[in-house]
Write a protein that binds this ligand. Structure first.
Ligand SMILES: [Zn+2]
Length: 197
Protein backbone atom coordinates (compact mmCIF):
# COMPACT_ATOMS: atom_id res chain seq x y z
CA UNK A 1 0.00 0.00 0.00
CA UNK A 2 1.57 3.30 -1.04
CA UNK A 3 1.77 6.15 1.44
CA UNK A 4 -0.49 8.21 -0.79
CA UNK A 5 -3.15 5.57 -0.95
CA UNK A 6 -2.84 5.01 2.78
CA UNK A 7 -3.51 8.69 3.49
CA UNK A 8 -6.46 8.79 1.13
CA UNK A 9 -7.89 5.60 2.50
CA UNK A 10 -7.55 6.73 6.09
CA UNK A 11 -9.48 9.88 5.20
CA UNK A 12 -12.23 7.80 3.62
CA UNK A 13 -12.31 5.47 6.58
CA UNK A 14 -12.63 8.41 8.93
CA UNK A 15 -15.61 9.66 6.96
CA UNK A 16 -17.46 6.44 6.44
CA UNK A 17 -16.10 3.39 8.12
CA UNK A 18 -14.87 4.13 11.62
CA UNK A 19 -18.38 3.95 13.00
CA UNK A 20 -19.06 0.76 11.13
CA UNK A 21 -16.34 -1.74 11.99
CA UNK A 22 -15.97 -4.32 9.30
CA UNK A 23 -14.76 -7.84 9.75
CA UNK A 24 -11.84 -8.26 7.43
CA UNK A 25 -10.83 -11.65 6.13
CA UNK A 26 -7.20 -12.30 7.08
CA UNK A 27 -5.79 -13.63 3.86
CA UNK A 28 -2.23 -12.39 3.95
CA UNK A 29 -1.62 -9.61 1.48
CA UNK A 30 -5.17 -9.64 0.23
CA UNK A 31 -6.34 -8.18 3.51
CA UNK A 32 -6.30 -4.52 2.56
CA UNK A 33 -7.80 -5.06 -0.82
CA UNK A 34 -10.76 -6.71 0.77
CA UNK A 35 -10.97 -4.03 3.41
CA UNK A 36 -11.66 -1.54 0.62
CA UNK A 37 -14.28 -3.69 -0.96
CA UNK A 38 -17.17 -2.66 1.29
CA UNK A 39 -17.09 0.85 -0.15
CA UNK A 40 -17.95 -0.44 -3.58
CA UNK A 41 -19.97 -3.52 -2.74
CA UNK A 42 -21.16 -3.98 0.78
CA UNK A 43 -22.55 -0.50 1.29
CA UNK A 44 -24.14 -0.23 -2.11
CA UNK A 45 -26.70 -2.77 -1.15
CA UNK A 46 -24.05 -5.46 -1.07
CA UNK A 47 -23.47 -8.02 -3.80
CA UNK A 48 -26.82 -9.61 -2.95
CA UNK A 49 -28.60 -6.28 -2.74
CA UNK A 50 -29.53 -6.95 0.88
CA UNK A 51 -26.80 -4.96 2.67
CA UNK A 52 -27.22 -1.49 4.10
CA UNK A 53 -27.32 1.16 1.44
CA UNK A 54 -24.20 3.27 1.41
CA UNK A 55 -26.25 6.45 1.56
CA UNK A 56 -27.82 5.40 4.86
CA UNK A 57 -24.52 5.31 6.76
CA UNK A 58 -24.48 8.96 7.76
CA UNK A 59 -25.17 12.41 6.33
CA UNK A 60 -21.82 12.64 4.56
CA UNK A 61 -22.24 9.22 2.98
CA UNK A 62 -25.68 10.29 1.90
CA UNK A 63 -24.15 13.34 0.30
CA UNK A 64 -21.45 11.55 -1.66
CA UNK A 65 -23.36 8.32 -2.27
CA UNK A 66 -24.33 9.58 -5.72
CA UNK A 67 -20.67 9.87 -6.67
CA UNK A 68 -19.78 6.43 -5.42
CA UNK A 69 -22.71 4.75 -7.10
CA UNK A 70 -22.50 6.58 -10.41
CA UNK A 71 -21.33 4.35 -13.22
CA UNK A 72 -21.12 7.03 -15.91
CA UNK A 73 -18.97 9.58 -14.08
CA UNK A 74 -16.75 9.72 -11.06
CA UNK A 75 -14.05 11.25 -8.93
CA UNK A 76 -10.33 10.58 -8.94
CA UNK A 77 -8.48 11.20 -5.69
CA UNK A 78 -4.76 11.82 -5.73
CA UNK A 79 -2.11 13.14 -3.38
CA UNK A 80 0.50 15.76 -4.29
CA UNK A 81 3.62 16.99 -2.54
CA UNK A 82 3.51 20.39 -0.84
CA UNK A 83 4.87 22.97 -3.29
CA UNK A 84 3.65 21.24 -6.43
CA UNK A 85 1.20 23.19 -8.58
CA UNK A 86 -2.09 21.48 -9.50
CA UNK A 87 -4.61 23.30 -11.70
CA UNK A 88 -3.00 26.60 -10.78
CA UNK A 89 -3.14 25.95 -7.04
CA UNK A 90 0.10 25.60 -5.14
CA UNK A 91 -0.37 22.67 -2.80
CA UNK A 92 0.69 23.06 0.81
CA UNK A 93 -0.32 24.44 4.16
CA UNK A 94 -2.73 27.33 4.63
CA UNK A 95 -2.62 30.29 4.38
CA UNK A 96 0.01 30.27 1.61
CA UNK A 97 -0.80 26.93 0.01
CA UNK A 98 -3.90 24.86 -0.68
CA UNK A 99 -4.18 21.68 1.40
CA UNK A 100 -6.73 20.37 -1.11
CA UNK A 101 -8.21 21.27 -4.47
CA UNK A 102 -10.65 19.98 -7.09
CA UNK A 103 -10.39 20.14 -10.87
CA UNK A 104 -13.24 21.19 -13.12
CA UNK A 105 -15.20 18.55 -14.96
CA UNK A 106 -13.12 16.61 -17.47
CA UNK A 107 -15.49 15.83 -20.34
CA UNK A 108 -13.17 13.24 -21.83
CA UNK A 109 -12.95 11.08 -18.72
CA UNK A 110 -16.24 12.27 -17.17
CA UNK A 111 -14.45 12.86 -13.90
CA UNK A 112 -13.46 15.47 -11.37
CA UNK A 113 -10.01 15.03 -9.84
CA UNK A 114 -9.48 15.83 -6.17
CA UNK A 115 -5.95 16.50 -4.99
CA UNK A 116 -4.94 16.41 -1.34
CA UNK A 117 -1.62 17.85 -0.19
CA UNK A 118 0.65 15.21 1.27
CA UNK A 119 1.70 17.45 4.16
CA UNK A 120 0.47 19.73 6.95
CA UNK A 121 -2.83 21.46 6.19
CA UNK A 122 -2.28 24.66 8.18
CA UNK A 123 -5.25 26.48 9.68
CA UNK A 124 -8.11 28.67 8.53
CA UNK A 125 -8.51 31.94 10.46
CA UNK A 126 -10.58 31.93 13.65
CA UNK A 127 -13.18 34.12 11.92
CA UNK A 128 -14.10 31.04 9.85
CA UNK A 129 -14.43 28.78 12.90
CA UNK A 130 -17.48 28.27 15.09
CA UNK A 131 -15.31 28.56 18.21
CA UNK A 132 -13.29 31.57 17.05
CA UNK A 133 -10.00 29.66 17.22
CA UNK A 134 -7.76 28.86 14.22
CA UNK A 135 -9.53 26.03 12.42
CA UNK A 136 -7.59 22.80 11.88
CA UNK A 137 -8.59 20.33 9.18
CA UNK A 138 -8.20 16.56 9.21
CA UNK A 139 -7.71 14.72 5.91
CA UNK A 140 -11.37 13.69 6.20
CA UNK A 141 -12.44 17.35 6.50
CA UNK A 142 -10.44 18.24 3.41
CA UNK A 143 -11.69 15.31 1.41
CA UNK A 144 -15.29 15.97 2.47
CA UNK A 145 -14.94 19.57 1.35
CA UNK A 146 -13.63 18.59 -2.07
CA UNK A 147 -16.25 15.86 -2.47
CA UNK A 148 -18.83 18.60 -1.90
CA UNK A 149 -17.33 20.60 -4.77
CA UNK A 150 -17.17 17.44 -6.88
CA UNK A 151 -20.77 16.49 -6.15
CA UNK A 152 -21.87 19.97 -7.10
CA UNK A 153 -19.85 19.84 -10.31
CA UNK A 154 -21.00 16.35 -11.29
CA UNK A 155 -24.66 16.51 -10.36
CA UNK A 156 -25.80 20.07 -9.70
CA UNK A 157 -24.28 22.16 -12.47
CA UNK A 158 -21.74 23.58 -9.99
CA UNK A 159 -24.50 25.76 -8.56
CA UNK A 160 -23.45 26.86 -5.05
CA UNK A 161 -20.35 24.67 -5.24
CA UNK A 162 -18.72 26.54 -2.36
CA UNK A 163 -21.74 26.06 -0.12
CA UNK A 164 -21.92 22.40 -1.07
CA UNK A 165 -18.27 22.01 -0.09
CA UNK A 166 -18.61 23.73 3.29
CA UNK A 167 -21.80 21.88 4.24
CA UNK A 168 -20.30 18.52 3.34
CA UNK A 169 -17.16 19.39 5.31
CA UNK A 170 -19.28 20.42 8.29
CA UNK A 171 -21.09 17.08 8.17
CA UNK A 172 -17.79 15.38 8.83
CA UNK A 173 -16.71 17.98 11.40
CA UNK A 174 -19.89 17.36 13.39
CA UNK A 175 -19.33 13.61 13.36
CA UNK A 176 -15.82 14.24 14.62
CA UNK A 177 -16.99 16.67 17.30
CA UNK A 178 -14.87 19.46 15.81
CA UNK A 179 -15.71 23.16 15.47
CA UNK A 180 -17.53 23.82 12.20
CA UNK A 181 -16.51 26.04 9.29
CA UNK A 182 -18.47 29.26 9.08
CA UNK A 183 -17.89 30.16 5.43
CA UNK A 184 -15.89 29.33 2.32
CA UNK A 185 -13.60 32.37 2.05
CA UNK A 186 -15.45 34.78 4.35
CA UNK A 187 -17.70 34.11 7.34
CA UNK A 188 -21.28 33.77 6.16
CA UNK A 189 -20.49 33.81 2.42
CA UNK A 190 -22.39 30.53 2.05
CA UNK A 191 -25.06 28.71 4.01
CA UNK A 192 -22.94 26.53 6.29
CA UNK A 193 -25.45 24.01 7.62
CA UNK A 194 -28.59 22.20 6.65
CA UNK A 195 -29.66 20.63 3.41
CA UNK A 196 -26.51 19.86 1.47
CA UNK A 197 -27.74 21.40 -1.79
ZN1 LIG B 1 -13.73 24.99 -1.61
Amino acid sequence: MSLQFKATFSALRQMFLCRFPIRVPQIGRKKRKQFCQPLSERFVGGPDGKGASFNSLNSVANKVGDIIQATDRGVNIQMASPGSVVDGDQMGALPMGAPSTSSGFNFQTQTVTITLSDGPAGTLPGSLSSDGQPLHSTPADLLSHELGHADSTLFHGAEDSNGDAVRTENGTRKMEGEPTREGHKQPGDVQVNGTPF
